[in-house]
Design a protein around this ligand. Structure first.
Ligand SMILES: NC(=O)CC[C@H](N)C(=O)O
Length: 365
């Protein structure tokens, strides 16, 4: 077995055995605490550019199936694991995780002390690292050239519009790195979905006659995407709009709000979130490293809708007059609980009732 090393900018080195493709990469080292859903996590475009540590100790036991992809390929820059199962058992399994990483040209380390690595990340809060093959570390090892958010978003988003599903409600999904299960949730509710590149103009979107608009999840720091704020504000002011994760952060910023980097993010499938209108707590699936600041929200326009029960952070907001809702968590789940599927049903109902911009304008009058 080839040895490999994860070298952190903080000076620590973790040793493991190489799996997947043999290439050295750098990125922010993050961790996800979900017990299952490794395929969905690895193929979620929001992980682009990140070295993903899976804290659950045995990964790969149900293999890789063509049903569990969240995008066309593995998106994380690399993966760090404790034990990997190379003899998966599941009727839909088509290959092992190790084979999948190799085929996607993604490197990884197994047999790493992931408990200690997670403690280290929690201690330093944000940690960059590099996985390398040689134990002799040159001077540059602690310097990281990590792609910026615009490059990451560019890498993962569609280049031309894609239409999926049929139905009596047309949703335009502005793509910053969408997860397929968002589209599946919409199709399940009988929507036609047009996924458009994030560079699409307001007029081009208007010509599609959407009933509603979704601003997708995606990788990187939302502040770096400031060029898109005017489009997002203009769209949200004219169509029923739902923002998911990065989309929520972009809506907050577009309306003058603020975001910041979190200590080590929320990545897992059991994050409790309280709906401040109903008082109900739901378990949610999450994957984010940035957060909207409560005191930065423009309170003339928006009210807080969801709060994280563990740390009190903002998990969602709602416009006071316009049909704009945004959530930091993932209502489409995958992986994770589907308690908050109602976010989609409520949004689609609003979109259907509004019949898009034209009718919405007349309803407002
Ligand atoms: N899943 C997402 O959309 C992540 C949003 C953003 N990149 C963050 O880390 O906070």
């Amino acid at each position: 077995m080839t040895k490999g090393y994860l070298v952190l900018e903080t000076g620590e080195t973790f040793t493991g055995d190489w799996i997947g493709y043999e290439s050295e990469v750098a990125g922010e080292v993050v961790f996800n605490t979900s017990m299952t859903g490794y395929q969905e996590m690895l193929t979620d475009p929001s992980y682009a550019g990140q070295i993903l540590t899976l804290s659950y100790p045995i990964i790969g036991n149900y293999g890789i199936s063509s049903y569990n992809y969240e995008s066309n390929t593995v998106q994380a820059a690399a993966v760090i694991l404790n034990d990997v199962c190379d003899e998966p058992s599941h009727f839909e399994s088509e290959m092992t995780l190790s084979q999948n990483l190799k085929a996607a040209a993604i490197p990884g380390l197994k047999h790493v002390d992931t408990r200690s690595l997670v403690s280290t990340i929690r201690k330093y809060q944000t940690v960059k690292g590099r996985i390398v093959l040689e134990k002799v570390f040159p001077d540059y090892i602690h310097k990281f050239n990590i792609p910026n958010s615009r490059t990451l978003v560019e890498q993962v988003s569609v280049k031309r519009p894609v239409v999926m599903g049929r139905g009596n409600c047309h949703i335009v999904l502005i793509d910053f790195g969408y997860k397929k299960s968002i589209v599946e949730a919409l199709i399940h509710e009988h929507c036609k979905v047009t996924i458009v590149p994030n560079s699409t103009s307001y007029n081009e979107i208007e010509e599609l006659y959407p009933d509603g608009v979704i601003i997708s999840n995606g990788p990187g720091d939302p502040k770096d995407l400031h060029a898109h704020f005017p489009l997002i504000k203009h769209l949200s002011e004219n169509y029923p709009t739902l923002g998911i994760c990065l989309g929520h952060q972009l809506i907050a910023l577009a309306f003058g709000g603020r975001t910041e980097k979190m200590p080590f993010g929320h990545r897992g499938a059991n994050h409790p979130v309280k709906n401040l209108v109903t008082g109900k707590v739901n378990m949610t699936s999450q994957n984010h490293g940035y957060v909207v600041l409560a005191d930065g929200i423009n309170s003339e326009d928006f009210q807080l809708l969801f709060k994280n029960v563990n740390d009190g952070s903002v998990e969602g907001m709602k416009h006071k007059k316009l049909p704009i809702t945004s959530v930091q968590f993932h209502p489409e789940a995958h992986p994770g609980p589907s308690d908050t599927e109602y976010i989609f049903t409520d949004f689609i109902e609003t979109a259907r009732l509004s019949g898009g911009k034209q009718v919405w304008e007349s309803v407002q009058l």
